[in-house]
Design a binder for this molecule. Sequence first.
Ligand code: AMP
Ligand code: ZN
Length: 436
Amino acid sequence: MKVNIWNEKAETMSRDELHHVQSLRFKDMVWRIYHNVPFYRQALDEKGITPSDIKDIDDLKYMPFTTKTDLRDNYPKGLFAVPDKEVVRIHASSGTTGKPTVVGYTKNDLELWSEVGARSVMSAGVTQDSIVQNSLGYGLFTGGLGLHYAAEKVGAQVIPMGGGNTQKQIMMMKDFNSTVLIATPSYALHLADVMEEMGMGPDDIPLKTGVLGAEPWSEEMKIAIESKTGMQAINSYGMSELIGPCVAMECVHQTGMHIWEDHFVPQIIDPVTGELLEEGQTGELVVTAMTKECLPMLRYRTKDIASITTEKCSCGRTMARIKRLSGRTDDMMIIRGVNVFPSQIESIIFEVQGVEPYYQLVLSTANGMTALEVKVEVSPEYFNDDIRRLTSLREEIGNRIKTFIGISAKITLCEPKSLPRSEGKAVRVIDQRTIK
Ligand code: AMP
Ligand code: ZN
């Protein structure tokens, strides 16, 4: 399969060349943060490190970590490394509790974002002939604007829809002949289901590619989205603190998301001890954003659980790949000693005949312990069935969860269309525990 590459020189450089580029950029970054950000100067001083100690990128492992708490403690702009007048854009993460996390960009940062954006969307299969419907939220959330400029940079035609208004999205998609949909996977699935209700199948819509991300999604979810829409569902990864979307993106061969390592250096650590893990091992993803001017990030702990490979990819890109994420350390539920991610429950729900992939996980406290309730929608054709069939459906889900994950859960079958639909990031877990 012939693939298009936006920046061949950067994306296909040898690993030796990459080491050299990373080393230069890393040394420059450490100098900048040491001199411009009191927080980093203190953190490096505590470790006895000065910028002149850095020889090459291999020294990254001696550096301190940065966390979301550090960003919060320095709210709003304490980690910015440039004077405020050089900042031309602000975004912020939603921050469900307390203050949001604020991120800033200089003009060069926006250039960089478009550059890694162009690499990303082209890797996903977007070209200047594409018509891109962007259904991610515009505004403080980085998703909408980040991918908007990415697609424009490669010369595609962009329709800035934003999230929601599903029927209109479908009308526009048909009328404007959108070939690419940018959305969260949960919204893409909802769109596909509404299309189905409107009597449309994959052949009635022009979509060829879905650029989907901003939340964890299972392989089973990908298969379902692809079969309902006929598009290739490409995995897209990013986070506000690192730049926004387009930190990493799958190529059309879909063997993991290429991370643009000449700007973002990935490491995998043991989330408990902080110890660096070997290539291929699963742990917490830590990323250093070396080249941003406003908000460089030193060893940022993403809390995302991932593994990395640098094996050659048949697309020709030499940049490492991040495997599909299983979830975040803070989404991990510990149920009677067993670690469970929502994506594991999702995989099971997709495999059971008779329920729809709309679910919610409710955590509560029972007898001093965490209990899990799985709420899932029954398929319309099963809903009016006799009690026996519904009971056996409930048992089947419970048994599968017991067998494959090793925990007991209460299964509640809900009416079709009764659980909330997501227009952005889906809320999967409702935590009602009195003891955490
Ligand atoms: P935000 O800063 O609001 O964009 O959220 C970033 C977080 O969204 C990441 O740290 C991940 O937990 C999650 N996320 C983004 N893209 C993906 C993806 N492709 N797969 C799984 N989780 C993702
Ligand atoms: Zn590839």
